[in-house]
Design a protein. Structure first.
Length: 228
């Protein structure tokens, strides 16, 4: 039986934060003297968002400046996240089913810095279900952070990464591209940052409208046994 490592994106895939993340980032930027971000943040890592916003606002984009934005972002997010965060359709049921698969390691592959990921998922009760992850503080680009996440999953499984099937679940074309760059497979869900048509153009291994679609569980567990 092949060990499977499943890496879930957060925003638009597991949850919708009702724009709280974007508002917190905009406020952090403004407080530090830079205009807010005027671009889609979907699929970008937090560090990449901070860097691009600083550059477009004519501010220095040094590591220290990016760290200052992210520190302030986390403080604002901590004070503003609340009831507006909702778990997307089918997510809770899918995660509960996946937790029953002993050959499947459940992790995160997200552009959120780890502290932001925890804040967002803790409000929904989903945080304890994920044993490891690759985060926006591990790498500025999505492909290397997925690699870090997969390596952490393989370590938990006690196997070399090459012996594992790695599956990425995400809502944007960036998730698909980053999975492909690592030779991982991707389940794209049209519940967030990219339209169904643009996701289809990037040819994920499976494309669904929501994680309620039974093919999601079927595909994720194709080489693992539920309860096994
Ligand atoms: Mg996303």
């Amino acid at each position: 039986m092949t060990a499977t490592i499943a890496l879930f994106d957060i925003d638009g895939t597991l949850i919708n934060s009702g724009g709280a993340g974007r508002r917190a980032m905009d406020q952090a930027l403004r407080e530090l003297g830079c205009s807010g971000a005027a671009f889609s943040m979907a699929g970008m890592t937090d560090r990449a968002i901070a860097r691009r916003a600083l550059q477009e606002g004519g501010c220095p984009d040094s590591d220290a400046a990016i760290n200052a934005v992210l520190d302030r972002y986390l403080a604002v997010l901590r004070g503003t996240l609340g009831a507006q965060v909702r778990v997307l359709a089918g997510v809770t049921q899918l995660i509960q089913q996946l937790r029953l698969c002993s050959q499947l390691r459940l992790g995160l592959g997200t552009g959120n810095v780890a502290a932001g990921a925890q804040l967002k998922l803790a409000t929904t009760g989903l945080w304890p279900f994920f044993d490891f992850g690759g985060f926006g503080c591990d790498a500025e680009l999505r492909a290397p952070l997925l690699r870090v996440a997969a390596e952490r999953g393989a370590l938990q499984a006690g196997l070399p990464l090459a012996a594992c099937r790695v599956l990425v679940v995400g809502d944007t074309v960036h998730d698909i591209a980053a999975a492909r760059a690592n030779d991982f497979e991707c389940l794209a869900v049209a519940s967030g940052g990219s339209s169904r048509d643009s996701l289809a153009q990037h040819q994920p291994q499976l494309l669904v409208d929501s994680l309620e679609d039974p093919r999601a569980l079927q595909w994720l567990t194709a080489t693992a046994q539920i309860g096994g």
